[in-house]
Design a protein around this ligand. Structure first.
Ligand SMILES: [Ca+2]
Ligand SMILES: [Ca+2]
Length: 170
């Protein structure tokens, strides 16, 4: 004898709603993972680019003399007749102190980056047993630091140290 009770439908409205919600959550989690992965890749690319730029720029600075050939006792920074817009006029490593370059260019003013990149240089006198602290006067040891930033965020900081004594040995 057949029941007169109607057959139960496959899904109730609540079950269907729950299923939709679960699928939505899974899609959201998947998209979040993709976004996170893209962000990680972008940050790794930025870091790699910034390291390369720092190496180029510090090599450029490191090729110069420890102090200005004409004005060896001048304070840190560009000296007389030196132009921050033309790095060919620089002739010692501390001429870069306070220099900001954006977009980052080589000495020939060829763009190495888009205009979202900034390179900021600082040159300080240091002592070997406390290299993290800038000294107020000549120590015969200078640290040149360049910080590479992209879209307002610091990405990488690189530095080199030069001593006056090392230069005398060359
Ligand atoms: Ca100079
Ligand atoms: Ca100088």
């Amino acid at each position: 004898m057949r029941s007169s009770r109607p057959a139960r439908s496959a899904f109730t409205l609540i079950e269907a709603t729950l299923a939709v919600a679960i699928v939505a959550i899974m899609i959201g989690a998947g998209l979040s993972a993709v976004t996170q992965s893209q962000r990680s890749r972008r940050l790794a690319e930025e870091m790699s680019k910034a390291r390369g730029l720092a190496a180029i720029l510090l090599e450029e600075v490191g090729a110069l003399a420890y102090c200005d050939p004409q004005e060896p006792t001048r304070p840190l920074g560009p000296d007389t007749y030196e132009d921050v817009q033309d790095r060919f006029t620089f002739d010692d490593i501390d001429d870069y102190d306070g220099l900001m370059v954006t977009p980052v260019t080589d000495k020939d003013a060829t763009w190495l980056t888009d205009d979202q990149w900034v390179a900021n240089f600082t040159v300080t006198w240091i002592v070997s047993d406390d290299p993290g602290t800038a000294q107020p006067q000549e120590t015969n040891l200078k640290r040149i630091r360049v910080v590479l930033s992209h879209a307002g965020r610091d990405v990488y900081s690189g530095s080199i140290v030069r001593s006056k004594g090392w230069e005398a040995l060359q």
